[in-house]
Write a protein of this length. Structure first.
Length: 223
């Protein structure tokens, strides 16, 4: 099983509902089950599909281009991952007071929030103290093959600590309020920088009939 730190270095597409600047915040997430996105990272492509929406939590399953399960993530309004399952069956969860996050919604430049929590490695029975800070830093226009998209840019800084070990990670999130999706993420950690971006989105009920994914080789069991 990858370390708890490596789990958070894995890609996470935030396909969770959040409302756009100036709009009222819905009580529940508005992501649509069945929404799919193709993610380009380095020379590879991944597939993300929203598989469940329960209240303010959205679960997204990630697979490789051959349809093999990689991991899933359950995220609070698309900004905070609260639990995950890895391909080898390993599980983790983040215990924190979700009410503190509501101060940042609706998303407007200049709004920010800080919070604390505990990151728990369920399989190993270990935990890390977690501190996070989220700030809406502006807006930007991104180009997709289907056209230009207006996104909200957020800076998400977090630290994990246990005894004398501390890890700091900064994510720059480019979030599309209409799609309820992150179209690009820049990840800075341990002196290195990586990034990924969405190159195609397929939403249920749209006129886009081009399949976003290959046929899966086998089914997966969702937890």
């Amino acid at each position: 099983m990858p370390s708890i730190f490596k789990m958070f270095a894995l890609l996470s597409v935030l396909l969770v509902a959040a409302c756009g600047p100036g709009m009222q915040v819905p009580e529940t997430a508005t992501a649509i089950v069945g929404t799919k996105a193709i993610i380009k990272v380095h020379r590879s492509k991944l597939i993300a599909e929203v598989t469940d929406v329960t209240g303010r939590l959205v679960t997204t399953e990630f697979s490789n281009w051959d349809g093999e399960f990689l991991y899933n993530r359950t995220e609070y309004r698309g900004l905070i991952p609260v639990s995950g399952t890895e391909a080898d069956g390993g599980q983790w969860e983040l215990d924190f007071d979700e009410r503190h996050l509501e101060a940042i919604f609706p998303l407007r430049p200049g709004k920010e929030v800080a919070f604390k929590g505990t990151l728990i490695d369920i399989e190993r029975g270990t935990s890390f103290e977690m501190w996070g800070h989220i700030e809406v830093v502006g807006e930007k226009i991104l180009d997709l093959p289907t056209g230009k998209r207006k996104v909200v840019v957020l800076d998400f800084t977090r630290e994990y600590s246990r005894k004398d070990k501390t890890k700091r990670q900064i994510d720059i999130i480019y979030y599309d309020p209409e799609y309820s999706m992150t179209l690009k993420k820049v990840i800075r950690s341990q002196g290195a920088q990586t990034y990924w971006r969405v190159v195609k989105v397929e939403r249920p009920g749209t006129s886009d009939n081009t399949p976003a994914t290959r046929q899966r080789r086998s089914g997966t069991v969702m937890i």
